[in-house]
Design a binder for this molecule. Structure first.
Ligand code: MG
Length: 372
């Protein structure tokens, strides 16, 4: 087994919610990763939106390809810092499992529908997927993952929710950090989506290279790419720029975090949890990332064509929720059964599990006058 640093999460000590015999030939975190890859929720990520709805084109990122990119970035940094690469991979592959169809628009609509019943939050839902909703094993509901993977999946949590979550919620009450693998997974997510949204945004034509050149991190790396290849066609130039941006962010994160590890000197994951965050960008890079994020916010996520899709998504999710709430007998039998205990939560679970196209189909089935 690969040796990790003493400050890394330790697979040999990892505990599951329901005790099981140790895995043979793989570590407990590898086993978590394998369970995630084989889950139904993981396969559904292929047809869930990040920014562009799945039918808008075959070349845009989906939540599945996004998760794979996050895993790639997370793993390469984890290896350099002697963290547990398998745990990083497990967390990154699972981090978006609880997302609704249609990205943030879907989540906002479901959250609004669920307001009187405790709300809906995709992070919490990801944990709910791996803890209860996956129905695959004889001995337990969910995937029975280790504490470390579950703690990494739950990135943020309100105080109210933390109070109901037992040991997994404790860190939010104590204001403690999670393992460095979890801290890393969170930032790898940011690196991945900022960069692939630039790529997808340009590909879709909703943003232009000229507009992006007002953002220092983009223009600097574009200049570097042009210095090396002055006559590069546009698509290759975009790729050469984006790969340089990712490279510089990964390097910055690795160097900064290594310096912080040396400075703070954590000797165990328990010490990591009580220290301030260790995995971090340099202040300069943090600023540049924020500029890029701000640009994407105003130019891409709020673009009128994205806004139209988001508005449609909100209407679909809200209409589905209201139809099921008024007539629970429209739900599939297993969700009807669960609706007897907690109707709003069963409906939210059903809708959150849908892919973009399934939600659209279900909407047509319920509302279209002609038969589908
Ligand atoms: Mg993500």
């Amino acid at each position: 087994m690969i040796k990790v640093a003493p400050y890394a999460a330790q697979a040999a000590q990892a505990l599951r919610r329901y005790p099981e015999a140790k895995a043979q030939g793989r570590s407990e975190f590898q086993r978590d990763r394998d369970r995630i890859i084989h889950s139904t929720a993981f396969r559904r990520l292929e047809y869930k939106t990040q920014v562009f709805v799945n039918h808008e084109g075959d070349l845009f990122r989906t939540r599945l390809t996004h998760s794979l990119e996050v895993a790639q970035i997370g793993r390469s940094i984890a290896r350099q810092l002697n963290l547990d690469e398998d745990l990083t991979e497990a967390i990154t592959l699972a981090h978006d499992l609880g997302h609704t169809p249609f990205g943030h628009a879907g989540q906002d609509a479901l959250n609004a529908c669920m307001k009187p019943y405790g709300g809906f939050e995709h992070n919490l839902q990801s944990l709910r997927v791996v803890d209860t909703l996956e129905a695959r094993y004889g001995g337990f509901d969910g995937l029975n993952l280790t504490f470390e993977t579950r703690e990494g999946i739950l990135k943020h949590c309100s105080r109210r929710n933390a109070l109901q979550l037992g040991e997994i919620g404790e860190r939010f009450l104590k204001k403690h950090q999670p393992s460095m693998e979890a801290q890393l997974a969170n930032l790898a997510d940011e690196v991945a989506y900022n960069n692939h949204d630039v790529d997808d945004g340009l590909r879709s034509g909703l943003i232009t290279i000229e507009e992006l050149c007002s953002i220092p991190i983009f223009s600097r790396h574009r200049d570097l790419a042009l210095q090396e290849y002055p006559d590069l066609p546009q698509r290759r130039l975009v790729h050469e720029t984006v790969r340089r941006m990712i490279g510089s962010l990964v390097k910055d994160l690795t160097v900064q975090s290594a310096a912080k590890i040396a400075e703070m000197g954590p000797r165990s994951v328990a010490e990591v949890r009580s220290l301030p965050p260790i995995i971090a960008f340099s202040p300069q890079m943090k600023k540049e990332q924020a500029q890029l994020k701000g640009f994407l916010q105003t130019h891409l996520y709020q673009h009128y064509r994205v806004a139209r899709m988001s508005s449609k998504a909100r209407r679909i999710v809200t209409a589905l929720f209201n139809a099921f709430a008024a007539e629970p007998k429209l739900l599939p039998p297993d969700f009807q059964l669960r609706a007897r205990e907690d109707k709003p939560r069963a409906i939210a679970d059903y809708i959150a599990g849908m892919t973009d196209r399934y939600a659209m189909l279900e909407h047509r089935r319920l509302f279209a006058v002609e038969t589908v």
